[in-house]
Write a protein that binds this ligand. Sequence first.
Ligand SMILES: Nc1ncnc2c1ncn2[C@@H]1O[C@H](COP(=O)(O)OP(=O)(O)OP(=O)(O)O)[C@@H](O)[C@H]1O
Length: 447
Amino acid sequence: MSRKIGSRYTAHQLLGRGSAGAVWLGDGPEGPVAIKLLREDLSSDQELVERFVQERTALLGLDHPRVVGVRDLVVDGNDLALVMDLIRGTDLRTRLDRERRLAPEAAVAIAVDVADALAAAHAAGVVHRDVKPENVLLDMQGPLGPGGAHPALLTDFGIARLVDEPTPIRAQTARDRASSQGRSPSPRSVIGTPDYLAPEIVEGLPPRASVDVYALATVLYEMLAGFTPFGGGHPGAILRRHVTETVAPLPGIPDELWQLLLQCLAKAPASRLRASELAARLRELLPSLAGYPPLDIDEPDEQEEGGEREGAEARTPHRGVSVPASGPAAHTPPPRRRGAVPLVPGAVPDSSRETHTSMRVPSADELAGGAHGTARAPRVHGQRRAGSARNPAVAGALRRRRLKVAAVTLAALVAVGLGGWLVASGDDGGDPPKGGEHSASQDPGTP
Ligand SMILES: Nc1ncnc2c1ncn2[C@@H]1O[C@H](COP(=O)(O)OP(=O)(O)OP(=O)(O)O)[C@@H](O)[C@H]1O
């Protein structure tokens, strides 16, 4: 069953869901389109509506082959819909869930496309702020590029805002508010997805174009490695790692590519390349990556929060051991859940991909889990690390040192405004969102 959206568009079939609503295959006067329909229960939220409108506004000046074009914005009764170019294909998250790791040539080809899109957005004064695999669409009808990669397009500028625009209330830091009101810091909200958030955002600085470059470098790392450099565990722990940990090297990665990644994952925004520079440097690298196989590495051990492992040490990837393609050893672990902060204050995300969660103050245990971490040499599968906390002789000393570091780090983080991580709704319990309560029907009659 189809449903009219405004006077010009019709929604036919659900394509996917995000935190703000669902995307539908539809058509309009000029042919097939993708229609992003805001969830009805949220359309009365003034801030969300503004953000939704901003998605289109931010893209008005953006006409680039690597940016998903926004064609129209429909406001009709309770319906608020964004009409976009229809991309026939899939998103990068789905491809990574399926293939886990891409060959360097294909990964870099995708990153070049996204870097081109970002360069265009940044030139137009727009910072995306939510670069992640879910927001990279792969056009399966487009011509195959290097490494057999389909053209990649960047979408979902829903939280983009103009560079140097005054910080909106929801993004104000505790420090901002405290200094303006003479009070001690209180919790603040953050917009974005923890795995891809640049350290300066965690520290409460206004997001500039360099946050997108950091996020894209994180996506490129993930395409190569099969996991993000600082992901895993509680969202608060992920945020802490962005600020305090050094990215662990990827065994077998071509050196020039690694140097580029390192530069774009630099903690200092000014040290990163610009998107246009990154696109050019990656493009230069492409010919040398032809025929290079996907990296043969295993995901680092999941960090045991407050447990026996040291932060980045526990997250150091190691070379995989070859296993037969069948039998129990060939079991592929389920994709790791990635926490995302709902884009909408008070929203109960309905993503069927479980990409949303809430954020709260990192506990002392979480901070003790590696706040001082630095990357260590990669280890061969099964090899025990020198000084590993598995060695009981050093475990006690490590625990004591972690507690001391935790106390110092907690004080430092509070001082820079990381004193509170709450969802915009103010939930501090860290309870998983109850997605079912507001989930949209697959029938476009009630999207
Ligand atoms: N222009 C488009 N053409 C085709 N499919 C699209 C288009 N835009 C989005 N989709 C599909 O709809 C899904 C949901 O998109 P949406 O932007 O709402 O959510 P998300 O990016 O996955 O999550 P969130 O917005 O919460 O960060 C996408 O993953 C993609 O599969």
